[in-house]
Design a protein around this ligand. Structure first.
Ligand SMILES: Nc1nc2c(c(=O)[nH]1)N[C@H]1C(S)=C(S)[C@@H](COP(=O)(O)OP(=O)(O)OC[C@H]3O[C@@H](n4cnc5c(=O)[nH]c(N)nc54)[C@H](O)[C@@H]3O)O[C@H]1N2
Ligand SMILES: Nc1nc2c(c(=O)[nH]1)N[C@H]1C(S)=C(S)[C@@H](COP(=O)(O)OP(=O)(O)OC[C@H]3O[C@@H](n4cnc5c(=O)[nH]c(N)nc54)[C@H](O)[C@@H]3O)O[C@H]1N2
Ligand code: SF4
Ligand SMILES: [Mo]
Length: 699
């Protein structure tokens, strides 16, 4: 757990950010009691995946911990919502006020009028899930779906019955690696050395992305389809694989259902047809399919970005059919590599952590996480049954930056009759709208276990220092809320170590605490599905999925254009709002002085042809708008986007936009909050906008 020298001690930790790499770290702490200070935070060289390296965000993590901007005590809002004026109050007063409001809301509207809103700002098991116990016991609205990951998992599960894929680091054995809708070098940087290792052994690396990312720049071959059109490309690949005899007939016969239906279905998906839909060249589609049909082992790697579409689940459902057709699962380094968090589920007793039994037979109504803006503004389609939302408790989320349709969300958060609680480390754009702001610990101030979605190691995180000020961890917050509400159910008050022991019954926590990480079970030969073993109703890869048909979705992989395309006559440009900054992790860091300013400031990337057609030049001030919102940004001429596609980097808070204020618009002011086809994600990147010059000048 820690190594002591006379002056300092070194404590094991694991990064908590919503990042696939879950790096191991060491915190060096000097002093005791009032003089205690974390003096260094460095990568743990023994960590098998991150190998001692962190990243440009977390190399300066202590700037975050000791930032003068940290919220260190509870606060009550004293000015108008959004203005950001608060007074310091005691924890007792804060909890009293919350409990009083919750009790009166429950008496008048029922507990479903209260909504927890917990995202993955801290991915520790306790941080993200222990609170479920409290919300279950309260009978609050159940939050369905997620801002991240739910659609991808649901799409892959339709085909395979499970979200499981191969261990991404096994791609060292691959000879063809297709990075499909993932920006590895930025978002999953510690995987890149494994890819380079494969490449040194002869692997070819193909990137498929509507944006020419830094990963695309490092690929052997880059394909740039129009956003949201990949399913057409996949169907044409299937067409070529079948036409040219590249299907592994033996594997398909043994481990799939629906091949004949699929064959008939993709007959019309010629490369020429897919070329017209995707904007790719026919020859490139043929070449990609032939490579995929002939090179072994082949791995398709994807992560999250491609799910942010109305047909995001269909992307993942269709993609997972490809390795089955060519029998890619036969080989180590063959198959499909996505989030591997599902492997950790095998060692986790999820029910022991979240205690659904505390619902005590009730089944509170479900509300969609990505529909926060619609829920808070009483949209009857989003809130079809039950009471209006009267209170929201936001934990580990900066919704005003991260959730789609920000301007509608602002209207919701401005409601006088909405009681908003925010628990965070900083006065985020979201916290400004809170009635009560509560101080959160950083990850070096709380013990937890972090499961990873990028590698197979569980990581221990030991509290290295005592909480600063009056900050509390997410688990302690929920214990305090339970006490303030007058609840007596013992499970709401379990201490952290008890909860972790119950959650990870097969893991020796003392050993984990000493070693810092432990690998979750995974087949030794690295071929989890070589001989089938899928968990669909048929036990096979479902090329035809009758469960989907029962949900009203096509049983066979099917391309559909997004509904947002109907706005193209008024809003002709497709808008991407991606993660592009090496010093940002989602909405975190852009406000810190050694992070945000070093990344410049927001801009809109436009292809030279589009800029010329609009009469715009580099640095021009551009209005970017649609019916949801409007941004005014400097134009950057870019060959990273195709004509017809524009990009605004995401992660900036409002006041970092040129000429803006803390209550100004952000990238998500423009984005689409349509629910994905299934799984409960958002169609962030099916967003159409218009562009025009504007006379506004920036200082
Ligand atoms: N336009 C656009 N929008 C997007 C995306 C995109 O690519 N483009 N990406 C989407 C994706 S994939 C995701 S995951 C979401 C992420 O959206 P968020 O979940 O909002 O992002 P984070 O910045 O990771 O974390 C949010 C907050 O958690 C706080 N925090 C950190 N640790 C703790 C803790 O221990 N306790 C508490 N209470 N708070 C803590 C941080 O200070 C931060 O303010 O955004 C989504 N939104
Ligand atoms: N530096 C840094 N690292 C991060 C984060 C961060 O904010 N900053 N965020 C973390 C989080 S929360 C997550 S979820 C992961 C995400 O990890 P990734 O999924 O790798 O990253 P994204 O940038 O969300 O999306 C990947 C790519 O998908 C592309 N894409 C979008 N739509 C389509 C499409 O229709 N077709 C295809 N082929 N590609 C498409 C985008 O252009 C983008 O380049 O990254 C994590 N790592
Ligand atoms: S943000 Fe990601 S890459 Fe950076 S230290 Fe954390 S887990 Fe590692
Ligand atoms: Mo994410």
């Amino acid at each position: 757990m820690s190594t002591d020298t006379s002056a300092t001690r070194v404590v094991h930790g694991t990064c908590h950010h919503d990042c696939p790499d879950s790096c191991g770290w060491h915190v060096t702490v000097a002093g005791e009691g009032p003089t205690e200070q974390a003096v260094q935070l460095r990568g743990n060289p023994a960590h098998p995946f991150s190998k001692g390296e962190l990243c440009p965000k977390v190399n300066r993590f202590l700037d975050r911990v000791y930032s003068p901007e940290r919220i260190l005590h509870p606060m009550r809002r004293v000015g108008p919502k959004g203005e950001g004026t608060f007074e310091r109050i005691s924890w007792d007063d804060a909890l009293d006020e919350i409990a009083t409001r919750f009790h009166s809301i429950i008496a008048e509207h029922g507990a479903e009028a209260i909504m927890p809103y917990i995202s993955a700002g801290n991915q520790g098991l306790l941080a993200i899930m222990f609170g479920d116990r409290f919300w279950h016991h309260l009978g609050a609205s159940r939050v369905l779906g997620a801002l991240c990951g739910a659609t991808a998992g649901a799409g892959a599960s339709a085909t395979n019955g499970t979200g499981k894929g191969i261990d991404p680091s096994d791609m060292v054995h691959s000879r063809l690696i297709i990075l499909w809708g993932t920006n590895t070098r930025l978002t999953n940087r510690h995987l890149w050395p494994f890819i380079e290792e494969a490449r040194a052994a002869g692997a070819q690396v193909v990137v498929i992305d509507p944006l020419r990312t830094i990963t695309a720049d490092s690929a052997d071959w880059f394909l740039q389809p129009l956003p949201g059109t990949d399913v057409a490309l996949m169907l044409a690949m299937m067409h070529v694989l079948i036409r040219d005899g590249h299907v592994d007939q033996q594997w398909v016969a043994a481990h799939t259902i629906g091949f004949d239906d699929l064959t008939a279905h993709v007959a019309e998906w010629t490369p020429a047809r897919a070329a017209a839909t995707t904007g790719l060249a026919v020859d490139d589609i043929e070449r990609l399919a032939t490579m995929y049909g002939t090179i072994r082992p082949s791995a398709i790697r994807t992560l999250i970005g491609a799910e942010h579409h109305e047909h995001g689940a269909m992307f993942f459902r269709t993609l997972t059919c490809l390795p089955a057709l060519v029998g890619a699962w036969r080989h180590q380094g063959g198959g499909y590599a996505r989030s591997v968090g599902v492997w950790s589920n095998d060692v986790m007793d999820h029910a022991a952590l979240t205690r659904p039994d505390l619902l005590a037979g009730r089944s509170p109504r479900g509300v969609q996480m990505v529909h926060l803006a619609r829920l808070l503004t009483g949209d009857p389609d989003a809130l079809s049954d039950g009471p209006p939302i009267k209170a929201v408790c936001m934990i580990s989320v900066n919704a005003m930056v991260s959730v789609p349709n920000t301007e509608l969300l602002r209207q919701g958060l401005l409601r006088d009759d909405l009681f908003t609680v925010v628990h965070d480390q900083f006065l985020t754009d979201t916290a400004r709208y809170a009635d009560i702001v509560l101080p959160a610990t950083t990850h070096i101030e709380a013990t937890d276990v972090v499961t990873s979605w990028g590698h197979l190691y569980l990581g221990w995180n030991e509290a290295a220092i005592a909480p600063l000020g009056e900050a509390v961890s997410n688990s302690e917050l929920h214990r305090r809320l339970a006490r303030a509400m007058g609840f007596t159910e013992p499970a709401l008050f379990d201490d952290d170590l008890t909860v972790l022991r119950d959650t990870l019954p097969t893991i020796d926590l003392d050993e984990l605490r000493t070693d810092a990480f432990v690998k979750v079970p995974y087949p030794d030969d690295g071929r989890p599905f070589a001989d089938g073993g899928f968990t669909t109703p048929s036990g096979k890869v479902e090329l035809r999925c009758d469960l989907l048909a029962a949900l009203g979705q096509p049983a066979l992989p099917t391309y559909s254009a997004p509904s947002e395309a109907a706005f193209a006559p008024r809003f002709p440009y497709a808008l991407m709002t991606p993660k592009v900054h090496t010093r940002f992790l989602n909405s975190s860091y852009s406000h810190l002085p050694k992070h945000g300013p070093l990344e410049g400031s927001p801009f809109v990337e436009v292809h030279a042809d589009d800029a010329a057609a609009l009469g715009l030049t580099e640095g021009a001030t551009v209005r970017v708008w649609n019916d949801r919102g409007e941004l005014v940004l400097p134009l950057r001429l870019s060959d990273r986007v195709r004509p017809g596609v524009v990009a605004v980097p995401w992660g900036w808070w409002a006041n970092q936009h040129p000429g803006s204020s803390p209550t100004g618009p952000v990238a998500n002011s423009l984005t689409n909050d349509t629910l994905a086809d299934w799984g409960g994600g958002s169609a962030f990147w099916d967003t159409q906008v218009a562009l025009a010059p504007t006379p506004t000048a920036f200082m």
